[in-house]
Structure formats: C-alpha cells, structure tokens
Design a protein around this ligand. Structure first.
Ligand SMILES: Nc1ncnc2c1ncn2[C@@H]1O[C@H](COP(=O)(O)OP(=O)(O)OP(=O)(O)O)[C@@H](O)[C@H]1O
Ligand SMILES: [Mg+2]
Length: 265
C-alpha cells in the first residue's frame, strides 16, 4: 500500500476541480474535486445513481462538464475529444463490458491498439494480456459476442491495456460476476497496477473488493464527495463498515446492500 504522507504536485496524474456534469436538467455530479496520484489505485464508492459513471464519462470526454476542470499530466483536458484523451494515455473501460460482438477476441484486442504504430510493442502487449487472461488466448478466434460475461469483462480490460495507457478508468468490473470471478478480476487489476505501473481509477458498488484493492478512496453520494481517506482508514470507519461493507450480515449478499439511505453529515 502506498502511504501518501508527502505528495508533490508531480505525483498527481489526474485532478478534478469542482466538476459539475448534467444530463439536460438533471445534475448528476455537483462540484466534484478529486486527485489520483501516479502509480496508485484510487476508488470512488457510491450506491446506484450516485454519479460514479458520470465522473468517469466526464474524465474521458464522453460527457462535457457544465463547470470545473479536468487535468491530466498537468494539462487541461476538460471536454476534449475522447480519441485525443486516449492518445494522451487515458483509457476508459465503461460499465457493461462493451466489446465488439462480431469481431473475434484477437481483433477486439487489436482495436485497443489502434492509436499505436509500434508493431513489436503491440505484439508483446498482446502476449502479456494473454498471460493475464489465458482463457482469452484459448478463445482467440471466437467472436467476442459469444464469450461469457466474465470473459467479456476480461476482454474489455485487456483491450484497454492494449493502448498502453498511463491511467485506466474502470467502471464496475465486478457487475454481474460471481464472487469467484470478481476476485480473479480484482487480483489481475492489482497485478496490472503493480507490474505495469499503470495508475487505475476504479468505480465500484462492491466496496469490499474495492477497498481491499485500492490505496485511496472517495465516497460519493448524490453527486458529491462526502468522505475521502486511505482505504486502510476507510475500512476501519464505522459508517463504511456498517453501510458499505455490511459487516452485520457479511457474505455475498452483504456486499451489495445499497438500497438503504444513509446521510453522512
Ligand atoms: N443518460 C442519462 N440521461 C439522464 N440521466 C442520467 C443518464 N445517465 C445517468 N443519469 C442520472 O444521473 C445520475 C448519476 O448516474 P450515474 O450513472 O453516474 O450513477 P452511478 O453511480 O454510475 O450508478 P450505478 O451504480 O447504477 O451505475 C443518476 O441520477 C442517473 O439517473
Ligand atoms: Mg454506473
């Protein structure tokens, strides 16, 4: 775990300052400020509709904010074209494992590398992602649409890696997966961070997995950040333990008790 006692401005890879985004009249995030430091896994926790996906869409340029700024590697990328943001080294794995269903696994992966022209590097990275997810190598020639949900999630993450990003935005990688698969995916996410030095911003409803994998966490409610701390400390907080970790009746169901309303202040 990274203990962030001293942080210089150079350590900050991504910063959001007072970002607001809306869908027509609906304000989805209201003045979000957060930082992701180089080399860490950061997480945003929050229940259904809190605005987690909206934060990621605003960072990757899919959605233009109505206020505030997004800074990546010290440069303002607010409302830039999504393709340009990818070229700068920031990729987004959206919610719901979007793969190209009619392309085979191999071609899906190559699509992830479309901004690159270092063929040797692409070939090496292809072998590396097959190393992370051997099942994808086995299914190399199969159409992605025929893969299981878990395999599609693996493919979506792998395709993002093929862009050799400095930062990956991961939207609910555990959604709809069995506890066993979820655990496997999170183990790989941590390996990707440690072995490739890839910084990750992870958005999750599965607080248990996210708080164990990540270094630093933000809690989002109704479009606002209501708490932030190291994950080590967040895991110890009473509110988090009761509400997000469901410590009173732990287990698979306990991890997803999100319907209950909770106010933090
Ligand atoms: N395309 C859209 N059009 C209108 N409102 C939207 C749209 N997408 C999201 N919203 C609204 O914006 C708010 C934030 O949604 P968002 O998808 O960011 O939440 P989330 O935290 O990712 O939720 P979930 O855990 O369900 O994925 C919600 O009130 C949602 O209903
Ligand atoms: Mg979402």
């Amino acid at each position: 775990m990274t203990a962030m006692a001293i942080t210089s401005a150079d350590d900050v890879l991504l910063a959001l300052a007072n970002v607001e985004s809306a869908y027509g009249p609906i304000k989805a995030i209201r003045g979000v400020s957060l930082k992701v430091r180089r080399g860490e896994i950061a997480t945003v926790l929050g229940s259904n509709g809190a605005g987690k996906s909206t934060i990621l869409k605003t960072i990757s340029g899919v959605l233009d904010p109505t206020r505030g700024t997004v800074t990546f590697k010290g440069q303002d990328i607010t409302a830039r074209d999504p393709a340009e943001i990818v070229r700068r080294g920031l990729v987004h794995v959206p919610e719901g494992r979007e793969v190209f269903p009619l392309l085979n696994v191999h071609d899906n992966l190559l699509m992830g590398a479309y901004t690159r022209n270092d063929r040797d590097g692409v070939a090496r990275d292809l072998e590396q992602v097959y190393g992370y997810f051997p099942i994808l190598k086995e299914r190399e020639k199969q159409d992605a649409g025929l893969l299981s949900g878990g395999q599609q999630q693996m493919l979506a993450i792998s395709r993002a890696l093929m862009a050799r990003p400095d930062l990956i935005l991961l939207d609910e990688p555990s959604l709809g997966l069995s506890p066993k698969l979820t655990k496997e995916i999170f183990e790989i996410v941590v390996r990707i961070n440690r072995e490739r030095g890839c910084t990750i911003l992870l958005v999750e409803q599965n607080a248990n997995m996210a708080l164990n994998a990540a270094d630093y966490g933000y809690v989002l409610e109704n479009g606002r950040i209501v708490m932030e701390d190291t994950c080590e400390r967040l895991r110890e907080k009473e509110d988090i333990r009761e509400f997000y970790l469901g410590m009173k009746d732990a287990g698979v169901r306990g991890e997803r008790r999100w319907k209950k309303k909770k106010t933090w202040r």
